[in-house]
Write a protein that binds this ligand. Structure first.
Ligand code: HQG
Length: 179
């Protein structure tokens, strides 16, 4: 089983286009695991898929992209579908990081961090991950340091994606430092 390909397909179905798989996500982004399996198996490429294969992707995902709870599964972050997924609002760590391009940095320091094509702004707990995220778009990415605790104390909402990824609706530039 090609776990990377399966993970990308699961991300596409659970984050971006559930309707293409006739999936209906609940308000927290969950769908029945069996339903996801059934829908993916409709595609020739995945006709031999087993529930164990999906579980393996969930368990081995380096970034903790998915969560299985009872008989349901969801993507923990990254959504772009129109209906906003309700995530757990929670006090963030002192500092969070965001890796981005040199080009975007100027705009971010003017307008703040915006979710752009996704439902939430994505922030990393550790520097290495933020740099990796930035490297997707710029070989010399910029590391932004977000004073998350201060923002939270002043009323900015943060949401926990997983142990490594936090989400926010937006973050004003007064809470951001270019490193
Ligand atoms: C930028 C992947 C101009 C922002 C990754 C980013 C991550 C602005 C881009 C997760 C801006 C949006 C999310 C502003 C933000 N002006 N540009 N005011 N505010 N931006 O892909 O955070 O591997 O939607 O800096 O690794 O890069 O798929 O967000 O460059 O964890 O699991 O707008 O997706 O995870 O890009 O990535 P994205 P992201 P997976």
């Amino acid at each position: 089983m090609d776990n990377i390909k399966l993970s990308k397909t699961m991300s596409y179905a659970l984050r971006h286009a559930p309707w293409e798989y006739e999936l209906e996500l609940d308000e927290n982004g969950f769908v029945a695991l069996q339903q996801l399996l059934f829908s993916l198996k409709e595609e020739k490429k995945w006709s031999g898929l087993r529930v164990e294969d999906i579980i393996d992707v969930v368990k081995t995902s380096d970034k903790g992209r998915f969560e299985i709870s009872g008989d349901k599964i969801r993507a923990l972050y990254g959504h772009s579908i129109p209906n906003k997924i309700i995530m757990e609002r929670k006090e963030p760590p002192q500092t969070l990081y965001h890796g981005t391009t040199r080009e975007f940095t100027k705009k971010i320091m003017e307008n703040g961090l915006l979710p752009k094509g996704r439902q939430y702004v994505h922030l990393a707990v550790d520097i290495d991950m933020a740099i990796q995220v930035g490297k997707r778009r710029d070989d010399k990415p910029v590391l932004l340091k977000v004073n998350a605790q201060l923002a939270w104390s002043e009323g900015v909402a943060f949401y926990k994606g997983n142990d490594k990824v936090w989400l926010a609706d937006m973050v004003e530039s007064k809470y951001i430092e270019v490193t």
